[in-house]
Design a protein around this ligand. Structure first.
Ligand code: PLP
Length: 413
């Protein structure tokens, strides 16, 4: 059932992010139901760090993959169990590592030998052993991902060759007991995900043998995509299950004690989110139509379409009425830059001032990956609809919120 966007816009104002709790739950439930039961899904908060979004996914069985102190505190506040939290990221601070050790999280995903020594020291100071998964920078790139990670010099992880040359990895307080490999993002081809998984599982055995470590956990990464643009298609979950499950079954049989982890952000949240904007002005310029809205790319940077030469549009629709006809519209925002174009030449009905437009599939990498402070507009409100009831899960930034953190120098002193 589709949500009552005009009512939500009325109640919470625009621009507004709306998350459909039913979609959030269903996507995760379906993914978990098709994949091998021993595969645990860890939600990457990077894609949507809202505490209630995580809370909802957690109810449906998600664990937590975090990459900052605040993300760690978010999942703990939402009730995540320590054994279901991993912390990952190339530049963890002393404070973050200490917080991980103090919380007793399941594993720190370690990205360099330097960091390994630091974890060993911090765990030693706390008189505990901290489980560590080594992030391996794979020697080869796997095709079919929008952003391949392996086979290149990277700040992430430790090169496969360095890991395999390291010999016995034995530390007193850093308990190296597994690996993590992340081979790319936005993958829409099930066969590519399966091939990545095969690579990681084989590598895990090699590393365990050459480094003399246990495999308490193997984190196969993930990178499951959702289609945004014309010509892209949904990941085929049946095919994914058909290709992945035999690999997982064989590995689980050979390693009954090993936790199998998949990380996912975008796939779990993108489809649940809609960015709702209201049209403020309509105009024409040199033969093109513009709808200037109260929302823009400062809340939805992904819509700008970085990395692609030709602008490709996110799916967008008119939310407040059945419009007639089909015209070409540029939908823009309040920023003083031509880049503040949410969609370009998109097919939409004739638009009027006051219309509500929704950018769909916007639940991942929305506000969290956008320059919300540009032109001092601040971040929008976020609402999660659960069992038909809307909950405000993030307040809109108010002018006072933005001004309070600034200081005016007294130039006369
Ligand atoms: C960004 C990231 C993820 C989440 O990626 P999605 O494509 O949103 O699923 C998972 N793991 C690592 C290491 C990442 O950097």
């Amino acid at each position: 059932m589709t949500l009552d966007y005009p009512q939500l816009a009325e109640e919470f104002g625009t621009p507004l992010y709306v998350y459909d709790g039913e979609v959030l739950t269903n996507v995760l439930t379906e993914l978990r139901s098709v994949l091998h039961p021993s595969l645990e899904v860890f939600f990457s908060l990077k894609s949507n760090p809202n505490i209630s979004v995580f809370g909802m996914l957690q109810r449906a069985g998600a664990r937590a993959e975090v990459s900052s102190l605040v993300e760690l505190r978010t999942v703990i506040a939402a009730g995540a169990k320590a054994e279901d939290i991993i912390f990952l990221g190339p530049g963890k601070s002393e404070r973050e590592l200490t917080a991980c050790v103090e919380a007793g999280i399941y594993a720190i995903v370690c990205e360099s030998f330097d960091e390994l020594e630091r974890i060993d020291r911090i765990a030693g100071e706390h008189r505990v052993r901290q489980r560590v998964l080594l992030r391996v920078n794979a020697a080869c790139a796997v095709q079919g991902s929008r952003l391949t990670m392996g086979g290149k010099p990277r700040q992430f992880g430790i090169d496969e060759a360095q890991v395999l040359d390291a010999g016995q990895l034995s530390y007193e307080h850093a308990d190296v007991a597994g690996i993590q490999v992340y081979l790319g993002t936005r993958i829409l081809d099930a066969t590519v995900v399966a091939r990545n998984t095969k690579y990681v599982l084989e590598l895990a055995d090699r590393v365990a043998e050459t480094c003399g470590i246990r495999l308490d956990a193997v984190d196969i990464g993930g990178g499951l995509g959702v289609p945004y643009f014309d010509g892209e298609e949904d990941l085929d979950l049946q095919l994914l299950a058909k290709e992945m499950n035999p690999l997982l079954t064989a590995f689980a049989q050979a390693h009954p004690e090993t936790r199998l982890i998949m990380e996912s952000g975008r796939f779990l949240t993108a489809r649940a989110g809609t960015y709702v904007m209201k049209v403020r002005y309509v105009k024409e310029s040199m033969g093109e139509r513009f709808a200037v809205t109260d929302g823009g790319t400062h809340h939805h940077m992904a819509a700008v379409g970085i990395g692609s030469f030709v602008k490709r549009n996110f799916p967008i629709s008119l939310l407040n009425r059945d419009g007639d006809g089909e015209e070409q519209w540029n939908v823009t925002g309040p920023l003083c830059t031509p880049n503040d174009t949410v969609v370009k030449n998109a097919a939409l009905p004739a638009l009027r001032v006051g219309d509500l437009l929704g950018v769909e599939r916007s639940g991942a990498y929305g506000p969290t990956a956008s320059p919300g402070l540009f032109l001092s507009h601040g971040f929008p409100a976020e609402v999660l609809v659960h069992d038909g009831k809307p909950h405000l899960v993030r307040e809109r930034d108010r002018p006072d919120d933005l001004l309070r953190v600034q200081r005016l120098v007294d130039f006369e002193k």
